[in-house]
Design a protein around this ligand. Structure first.
Ligand SMILES: Nc1ncnc2c1ncn2[C@@H]1O[C@H](COP(=O)(O)OP(=O)(O)OP(=O)(O)O)[C@@H](O)[C@H]1O
Length: 254
């Protein structure tokens, strides 16, 4: 079974030249104002290839909005985003996928949810679908209506749908926020495998333990700005910003 089916991004080698790499990401002066409120306030951010970035910060800091801006779901009111030196475009967005806290699924069977994505990419093939379902532990549920799955299973199906697009960048917005610990670990394992296969992970979480388990680097957002962006070990050992220090110490940060 080809590794890419399970892990997301196909290997890009000299022999198999594809489009230019999406990384690094460079966001400059990224700003979003809505109704006179500055929700994202001049963010400068550079993300290198081959890593898992965890985005952390208190409620309302702007984490989800940042993800939506980077993935092109919301246009900024000022600033720019470049992926691999190119402005964000529909072609770039198609090379990325996003998973939300509430799984986005079709009211069809588990298998049909994957078939739909594969067909949209002209890659429908039963072996491929079954490999994806097996990878997320849902092969035995293939014929069931997706809406009857448990919350954790639905989220694994949402992840399988995202992986079916072979994303080079996978955005995850609190995908495990309402799940039990066993489901959380299963999803983390799938994310880890995707990263191992070369998919760039950008993951919003409130769960400090999860961030420690997965992060190569941490972006801490506070009041629509990057309070700090550090290697994970450094961030957790000695956060530089007062907001992150308070957050990690369990103090209320507003
Ligand atoms: N479409 C929108 N229009 C107006 N305000 C918005 C919109 N989306 C988000 N906001 C506001 O922007 C701020 C940041 O929202 P965002 O969802 O990015 O926060 P967050 O850091 O992800 O928070 P949480 O951890 O609670 O999910 C919040 O004050 C929110 O109410």
């Amino acid at each position: 079974m080809p590794e890419a089916i399970l892990t997301g991004a196909p290997a890009r080698t000299a022999e198999r030249a594809g489009p230019a790499p999406l990384m690094p990401l460079a966001a400059r002066g990224l700003t979003l104002e809505v109704g006179g409120r500055t929700l994202i306030d001049g963010i400068d951010l550079t993300l290198a290839a081959g890593r898992t970035t965890m985005i952390m910060g208190p409620n309302g800091a702007g984490k989800s909005l940042l993800l939506k801006l980077l993935h092109g779901l919301t246009p900024p009111t000022a600033g720019r985003i470049e992926w691999g030196g190119h402005p964000l475009s529909p072609a770039i967005v198609r090379r990325q996928a996003m998973v939300f806290q509430k799984p986005v699924l079709l009211r069809r069977s588990v298998a049909a949810n994957i078939d739909f994505v594969l067909r949209a990419r002209s890659r429908r093939d039963r072996a491929r679908r079954d490999a994806l379902l097996d990878h997320v532990g849902l092969l035995g549920h293939a014929g069931q209506p997706a809406r009857l799955l448990s919350g954790g299973e639905q989220q694994r199906l949402a992840l399988a749908r995202a992986l079916a697009t072979e994303p080079e960048v996978l955005f995850l917005d609190e995908p495990t926020a309402s799940l039990d610990p066993a489901s959380v670990l299963k999803i983390e394992e799938i994310v880890r495998t995707a990263r191992g296969g070369g998919t760039r992970i950008v993951f919003v979480t409130h769960d400090v333990g999860q961030a420690k388990r997965l992060a190569d680097d941490v972006v801490f957002i506070h009041r629509g700005r990057v309070a700090e962006h550090r290697r994970a070990d450094d961030f957790f050992a000695d956060p530089a910003s007062a907001a992150a220090r308070d957050y990690l110490a369990g103090r209320i940060v507003v």
